[in-house]
Design a protein around this ligand. Structure first.
Ligand code: PEP
Ligand code: MG
Length: 567
């Protein structure tokens, strides 16, 4: 059977289908049985839950040590809590289904514990939420397949591709992802691309139509999927896979080449990274630096805020791995599609317009300063770190952040702790407000980095993770191009450095237009560094100017696309 979704991350993947539910099941669909049957279901589910936690404990202890594994022990303790047990049993006796009872009682814990000041008690709320998710999945008979030990090439079939799934992929065996839903410009996909993981999105009935264990081949460019390909077709897929690998190998020759445009201009082709390991990869593939370290991923995998020491160690290692090359560390960009349960962000109707990134930091200066101190200290040895603030919408936010940095420096001086004195301080331009105020903002900072993923979302009022409006989302809409151009002009006029770190920095037509606008610092996914280096060798400033002039005369996206098509 052949079906077609939308290619979302390039590559060819062939493997056995493995289904995984990322969404919490719909509780309203349950048929409640007798209290005895529901109680038996709860007890059986509890046994399975404890087994799963023990297995995860052992796996995590082996990989990361006892301290990290302890979270699974506390989950078991919470489930065995006398009061919680009593409440669940009472609810079942009163006619609730096992799932509904688990949901209601754990929800009560999530809400009441989440309000408490003491962070240790608040942590129990996050445990309760985790317990809720896992137990309900178990009661619905959904296996936590992502924790299975894979032993063969696998194509993961998901209801929704979420950042937490993308961050936990077993890249040794998972060869591709097919998801019914998932934002085309959200973080989950950015992560998948980073890992060179082929992805197809928008295959609506994938979870129903595809059979667990059957052979599946996918093309992450065209969006084609073939289920159970027969011999001839299977050989064609293998050939496609070999072609793809050859293409990747050709690009590998750009590892050691200098980043120089066709006109001889020096470029900086840097990497976007999410953790220390990826900094190692950035160094290994010959990136000219790290243009964006998304530090929220240090926070996402944890059960509590990483300490100053933990953060310091991570940033220091990145600085060390990239020594001699610049590294831009972006402060925590929480909120939007990256909720972090232990930070207890409020439930918001519009998280992308709410309590996100710098807004959270400035409201929690204690937590924010831990990160700022860690970054300042981490640059002491190699003096190559820059601090970058996400989601800026006003000059006040920049001033308040600078004030906090001053406080951190004073404290470090008083404590006699070494830190990088000449660090560079910059901001992401990723909101229309920042683009409109670029000239004023440029007077306050050393550099801008244009975040086209969000800039596109906010200029077009188009949720980057919402498939319904994916057709509207485009960096080539004239309004977005104008916002980019005005940002670059302001930076150049004020004499500060300008770069781009959104996904568009890896788009060939965008690279050509940027050549005309004098933007030559590009930071892209690890998987795109060589490709972008190859692309810049194909475009000169003059060609870029001619192209950009034409593009700026276009008033529709279609016209823009026609003009840039050849690039
Ligand atoms: C962006 O918005 O373009 C960006 C680089 O940041 P993120 O994708 O992490 O929001
Ligand atoms: Mg952003």
């Amino acid at each position: 059977m052949k079906v077609k979704g939308v290619g979302a991350s390039a590559g060819i993947g062939i493997g056995k289908a493995l289904k995984y539910h990322t969404l919490t099941p719909d509780l309203s669909s349950i048929v409640t049985e007798t209290p005895e049957q529901e109680l038996a279901r709860f007890e059986k589910g509890s046994v399975k839950f404890v087994e799963e936690m023990r297995r995860l404990y052992a796996k995590t202890e082996k990989k990361l040590g006892k301290e990290h594994a302890a979270i699974f022990d506390s989950q078991i303790m919470l489930l065995r809590d006398v009061e919680l047990q009593e409440k669940i049993r009472d609810a079942i006796a009163a006619g609730s289904s096992a799932s509904q009872a688990v949901y209601d009682v754990t929800q009560y814990y999530v809400q009441t514990l989440g309000q408490v000041e003491n962070p240790l008690i608040r942590q129990r709320a996050a445990d309760a939420l985790d317990l809720q998710n896992r137990m309900i999945k178990i009661l619905f008979g959904m296996q936590d397949t992502l924790n299975l030990q894979l032993t063969q090439p696998t194509i993961l079939i998901l209801d929704e591709l979420t950042p937490s799934v993308a961050a936990n992929l077993d890249t040794t065996w998972i060869r591709g992802i097919v998801a019914e839903k998932g934002g085309f410009h959200g973080h989950a996909l950015i992560l998948a691309r980073q890992m060179a993981m082929p992805v197809i999105l928008g295959l609506e009935d994938a979870m129903m139509v595809l059979t667990e264990g059957s052979l599946v081949a996918i093309d992450g460019i065209s969006g084609e999927l073939e289920d159970d390909p027969q011999e001839e077709s299977y050989q064609e897929w293998k050939e496609k896979e070999r072609d793809w690998i050859r293409h990747q190998q050709l690009l590998a020759s750009f590892k050691t080449k200098k980043s120089v445009g066709k006109d001889g201009r020096a470029y900086k082709i840097m990497a976007n990274i999410n953790n220390v390991e990826e900094a190692g990869m950035a160094a290994e593939i010959g990136a000219d630096g790290v243009g964006l370290f998304r530090t929220e991923f240090l926070f996402l995998g944890k059960s509590k805020i990483p300490t100053e020491e933990e953060q310091f160690q991570a940033y220091r290692q990145v600085s060390e791995l990239m020594k001699g090359k610049p590294v831009t560390i972006r402060t925590l960009d929480v909120g939007g599609d990256k909720p972090i349960s232990y930070l207890h962000l409020p439930n918001e109707a519009n998280p992308y317009l709410g309590y996100r990134a710098i807004r959270y930091g400035l409201e929690h200066p204690g937590e924010f300063k831990i990160q700022l101190r860690a970054i300042l200290r981490a640059g002491a040895e190699h003096q190559n770190l820059s601090i970058m603030i996400p989601f800026i919408t006003s000059v006040e936010e920049v001033m308040r952040t600078k004030q906090l940095l001053e406080e951190c420096k004073c404290e470090l001086d008083q404590q006699g702790i070494p830190y990088e004195k000449d660090y560079r301080f910059g901001i992401m331009i990723e909101t229309p407000a920042a683009a409109l105020m670029a000239k004023e903002l440029a007077k306050e900072v050393d550099f801008f980095s244009i975040g086209t993923n969000d800039l596109t979302q906010y200029v077009l009022s188009c949720d980057r993770s919402n498939t319904n409006v994916a057709g509207i989302y485009s960096v080539f809409q004239p309004a977005v191009l104008r916002a980019i151009k005005m940002t670059i002009e302001a930076a150049i006029q004020e004499g500060i450095e300008i770069s781009m770190c959104g996904e568009a920095a890896a788009s060939a037509p965008m690279i050509a237009v940027l050549a005309g606008w004098n933007l030559t610092n590009l930071s892209v996914g690890l998987n795109s560094v060589w490709y972008v280096r190859e692309r810049v060798t194909n475009v000169s400033k003059e060609e870029g100017i001619a192209l950009a002039d034409k593009v700026m005369q276009a008033v529709t996206r279609e016209e823009v696309m026609k003009i840039v098509k050849q690039k």
